[in-house]
Design a protein around this ligand. Structure first.
Ligand code: DC
Length: 216
């Protein structure tokens, strides 16, 4: 049997990573959080004061960056940056970094498909794995997505207001969906699921059925 690739795309806060992690556990698939890869590159560029317009320096930096993921942990050149890549300054800059063509080309070469995998991102079903067996496009209203992100920040005791979260989310939506290089876009053959009023369990059940159709 061929490897199964499940692509979960959608805007920030649509539930992609929560859902992808749970599905990976249920089916024993490998989960690849592609957003975290862009976050790690963003972290490296900011730490090293590299200008996002300086393509020569970015190209050099990409050669010095080694990314590794183990479960919930993310390592940048062997240093655990799992918490740091979720900080506000990364949220505010990651969409800019993800719109740089050489960054996208470089990361796409690093994504493997030699096992059963579930990946979440913005362009998995359209560009990275257009042949994925199961493609899901998760959406939810901006207000609901902001509420989810805000609750995550509250849990982590990050000082931020709901309005700030909503504004930053809308900015990211705009950059992610209007950029030239593989913008956030539903693949023609992806199934769109609006999670605004769904529970996590509802979404898991829906996607599980789609995966089971391909396993049996
Ligand atoms: O899913 P996330 O919030 O961790 O993603 C961080 C950013 O990375 C997001 O603003 C857009 C970008 N991204 C992308 O361009 N392509 C992907 N496949 C995944 C993420």
């Amino acid at each position: 049997m061929d490897n199964i690739i499940v692509a979960i795309d959608g805007p920030a806060g649509s539930g992609k990573s929560t859902i992808a992690k749970l599905i990976a556990k249920k089916f024993n698939f490998t989960y690849i959080d592609t957003g975290a890869m862009y976050r790690m590159i963003t972290f490296y560029l900011l730490e090293n004061n590299i200008d996002f317009d300086d393509l020569k320096e970015i190209e050099k930096a990409l050669k010095n960056i080694n990314l590794d993921m183990q479960g919930d942990k993310f390592y940048l050149n062997d240093i655990d940056v799992s918490t740091k890549i979720r900080e506000k300054r990364i949220n505010e800059n990651v969409s800019k970094v993800a719109s740089i063509k050489i960054v996208r080309d470089n990361l796409q070469r690093k994504i493997s498909n030699n096992k059963n995998v579930i990946l979440d991102g913005r362009d998995i079903g359209t560009v990275v794995f257009p042949n994925a067996k199961v493609k899901i496009f998760l959406v939810a209203t901006a207000e609901e997505r902001a509420r989810r992100r805000y609750n995550e920040f509250l849990e982590k005791k990050v000082e931020i207001t709901y309005d700030e979260v909503l504004k930053s989310l809308k900015e990211r939506d705009y950059i992610d969906s209007t950029r030239k290089e593989s913008p956030l876009k539903k693949a023609d053959d992806a199934i769109e699921l609006d999670t605004t009023n769904l529970t996590i369990e509802d979404v898991i059940n829906f996607i599980s059925k789609e995966i089971e159709k391909n396993i049996n």
